[in-house]
Design a protein around this ligand. Structure first.
Ligand code: FES
Length: 174
């Protein structure tokens, strides 16, 4: 009798520990499935634009697509041509290139060379400058710019703000 009540106690204790373990692993699994802090539900990605370094390409994600974010240096901003200026996204005092990181030829992901301030698509030799404009064919156009809205120091991808609408109307992006 003594033994059976001891077994009962051990069984309950084991069950409690196993239960806590199961809850802990479910919590860990949920955390690993949760989107990154920059990613919101319903197709919107909010980027904190204050975290980027100049001339350092960062690849974010929006609706499963790579998004190139490049904060321009003061030198880049100063030497921008008209074609480069119209692709510029200004957040506060900083200027950025924010584009879908897929070559507009056949969809490869070009690589950025910070020293040359340009992108090379290894698939067929297409090249883009640091504003995302084409500098060497075969890509038929510059990188596409995703719908965006400037919200203070943040950029909301997936929402079409006035700056994006103007780009679209003037044919800067699709
Ligand atoms: Fe980039 Fe062809 S896919 S040049």
């Amino acid at each position: 009798m003594k033994n059976s009540s001891r077994r009962g106690f051990m069984g309950k204790a084991f069950g409690a520990v196993a239960g806590i373990g199961a809850v802990a692993s479910l919590y860990a699994m949920k955390k690993s499935w949760d989107p990154l802090p920059s990613v919101k539900a319903a197709g919107f990605t909010t980027l904190d634009m204050s975290i980027y370094n100049e001339n350092e390409l960062v690849v974010e994600k929006w609706r499963g697509k790579p998004i190139f974010v490049l904060k321009k240096t003061a030198d880049m901003v100063a030497k921008q041509t008209e074609e480069q200026k119209v692709r510029d996204i200004k957040v506060g005092d900083a200027h950025y290139m924010v584009c879908i990181g897929l070559c507009t030829h056949l969809g490869c992901i070009p690589a950025y060379d910070a020293a040359k301030e340009g992108f090379l698509c290894a698939c067929h030799g297409g090249q883009f400058d640091w504003s995302g404009a084409v500098t060497h064919v075969p890509p038929p156009r510059g990188f596409d710019i995703p719908p965006f809205k400037v919200d203070g120091s943040k950029l909301v991808l997936g929402e079409a703000g006035p700056e994006y609408k103007k780009m679209k109307e003037t044919g800067v992006t699709l």
